[in-house]
Design a protein around this ligand. Structure first.
Ligand SMILES: C[S@@+](CC[C@H](N)C(=O)[O-])C[C@H]1O[C@@H](n2cnc3c(N)ncnc32)[C@H](O)[C@@H]1O
Length: 369
């Protein structure tokens, strides 16, 4: 997101922020300041644009993070804990984003001891900037970290290869759901749709399993670019067509797979649209629309965990009710337990729910009657 804001000289600046937060009301340019001063400004909706040493700016940011860290609230029901946790995260992120830097033309960061950030920013934004803009330091650091991960890639044994994921695209880092896609029977399917392809990992896996014509869709243009690059690297670009579209492409397929966002909540940034889906809107639209796109004897595979149930964000019969409403019946259910570290992290306020999480692949078909 980009907004225009004015400094005290009336000069207008582009303020870039990946989250849906409102831009600051004011900006002040400072060579140095302590965490207290930046925090005080932040609470008054004023962003500090750091003009001094880059490493010092990082130290101030770390000090602010430490001050904002609050012990997880205990007691109360799990649903409230989830909403409180999300609210605290949003408030902390808004405050942290009030320490920013100026990015000059050509993605240059001209602070003393600043690293070269050009490649990291070119990874995030499609076109190079011809005007300076302001960017929260915390986000810049996130972009730098994501760029390193993007270059390195994630080794996926199910693919016998690597998936490279830039900032802003869902990462299959906790990839136990891929084991389910790798195990479910392919039944001679020749055509498939991968709905909400993200990095393209599921489409690539289906291609590896021998499906010759796959169409992958996503509404996030970054995901489309990322998936295209992954298909080329993995040598399956001939088998997969990419379409930037809402849910289904035109036509029908033997197999339609979807790994939707798993939690019914409001996203606060573009990347969160891969995790949170208000009122399960995408999930319901997928289930209600999938039959129209299935060939005779075709299957829909839905990948989803039950975390939302453990967080009391939906009831236990929600999914089966949705299947019934969409006239779908279950052929088989495959499941696995997450092996990711967060599931065992007692400092995570949602650890209780995460420790009970199971990931499912539902094989569905249109009801015969
Ligand atoms: C949980 S991620 C799954 C990504 C990938 N399929 C995987 O399994 O790693 C959900 C994806 O669905 C995409 N998405 C969300 N709403 C969508 C919609 N209405 N139509 C198509 N894609 C959508 C998101 O951008 C995101 O890439």
């Amino acid at each position: 997101m980009a907004d225009l804001i004015s400094d005290h000289n009336g000069v207008s600046w582009e303020w870039r922020n990946e989250s849906t937060q409102k831009p600051p009301k004011q900006v002040i340019f400072l060579r140095e300041a302590g965490a207290d001063k930046v925090l005080k400004a932040a609470y008054e909706h004023t962003a500090v644009i750091w003009q001094g040493d880059f490493h010092q700016a990082k130290q101030v940011l770390a000090a602010i993070k430490k001050r904002l860290r609050r012990p997880a609230k205990t007691g109360g029901d799990i649903q409230t804990a989830f909403h409180t946790h999300r609210m605290q995260q949003a408030q902390q992120s808004r405050i942290l984003n009030m320490l920013a830097v100026e990015i000059d033309c050509g993605f240059q960061l001209s602070l003393p001891r600043a690293p070269d950030v050009k490649a990291a920013l070119a990874d995030v934004y499609e076109t190079e900037n011809t005007r300076p803009f302001l960017l929260p330091l915390n986000q810049l650091l996130g972009f730098i970290g994501a760029h390193e991960w993007h270059k390195k890639g994630i080794d996926l044994p199910q693919l016998n290869g690597k998936i490279h994921v830039p900032f802003g695209v869902f990462s299959p880092l906790r990839g136990e759901y891929l084991d389910l896609i790798a195990q479910a029977p392919i039944n001679g399917f020749q055509t498939a749709f991968d709905i909400g392809t993200g990095s393209g990992v599921i489409a690539a896996l289906l291609a590896k399993r021998g499906i010759s014509h796959i169409t992958a869709t996503d509404t996030n243009p970054r995901a489309i670019r990322c998936a295209r690059a992954n298909f080329q690297r993995l040598g399956c670009a001939q088998q997969v067509t990419l379409t930037e579209t809402d849910l289904f492409p035109a036509g029908k397929a033997d197999l339609i797979v979807c790994n939707p966002p798993w939690l019914p909540a409001k996203p606060t940034s573009t990347i969160e649209t891969a995790l949170y889906d208000p009122d399960h809107a995408m999930l319901k639209a997928f289930l209600n629309g999938v039959s129209k796109h299935l060939n005779d004897n075709g299957e829909a595979w839905l990948v989803i965990s039950d975390l939302a149930e453990h967080l009391h964000l939906r009831n236990n019969s929600f999914l089966t009710d949705c299947f019934q409403t969409a006239s779908l019946e279950i052929i088989d259910t495959l499941h696995t337990r997450p092996a990711h570290k967060k599931a065992a992290d007692p400092a995570d306020p949602l650890a209780f729910a995460r420790s009970q999480e199971t990931t499912f692949l539902y094989r569905l078909r249109t009801c015969s009657s």
